[in-house]
Design a protein. Structure first.
Length: 188
């Protein structure tokens, strides 16, 4: 079982004190709303510390992101690297919140997916308007469209990865060392 719904996730957390919820969203997204007790370890940090996580992790990991896509990428990487007891919350925080499950709320910020839609839409709109005077500007819109198509086909998003590095999305930061320590067997 690599995916579980919100009800199963709540039961798993309640019944098993060794389950560790790992939120792979940006610090800003995590700060907006997260599951109580979740460890914030953004996806890029999971990738950067993959070996250490696999070596040190103790207990089952429940991976969470906004919609489930980033959590699935983290699960795949961790499973491929040899960590078998990892599950993804289907629908991510969107599903968790929609189900009425409890969340710790902080300062509201836009989720990364919404930021991508704003950036891509703004670039396309601007390039189409500019193309009225500079016809070649329409190529920018075509480039963004091709990028979004590629993102959908490969389930990756270069624009999202770039936006996640902006100070807005790093607000509050994440203490990677503390997060990795919470994941280790020794800390449990």
């Amino acid at each position: 079982m690599s995916h579980i719904d919100t009800a199963a996730a709540r039961s798993l957390i309640a019944a098993n004190p060794d389950v560790l919820v790992v939120d792979v969203r940006t610090p800003a997204e995590y700060g907006t709303a997260h599951i109580d007790g979740a460890v914030n370890l953004p996806l890029d940090q999971v990738d950067a510390h993959l070996r250490r996580i696999v070596t040190d992790a103790g207990g089952r990991l429940l991976l969470v992101c906004q919609s489930g896509n980033r959590a699935e990428r983290a699960r795949t990487a961790l499973s491929d690297a040899g960590l078998p007891d990892v599950v993804v919350l289907d629908g991510g925080m969107n599903a968790w919140i929609a189900s009425g499950a409890p969340v710790d709320r902080g300062r509201p910020r836009w989720p990364l997916e919404r930021q991508v839609r704003l950036a891509a839409g703004s670039i396309v709109l601007t390039s189409v308007v500019v193309s009225l005077w500079v016809p070649a500007a329409v190529l920018v819109a075509g480039f963004v469209g091709a990028g979004l198509t590629f993102a959908a086909l490969t389930d990756t998003c270069a624009m999202g990865m770039l936006l996640s590095k902006l100070p807005y999305n790093r607000a509050g930061g994440v203490d990677v060392e503390a997060a990795l320590t919470r994941l280790s067997r020794a800390s449990r």
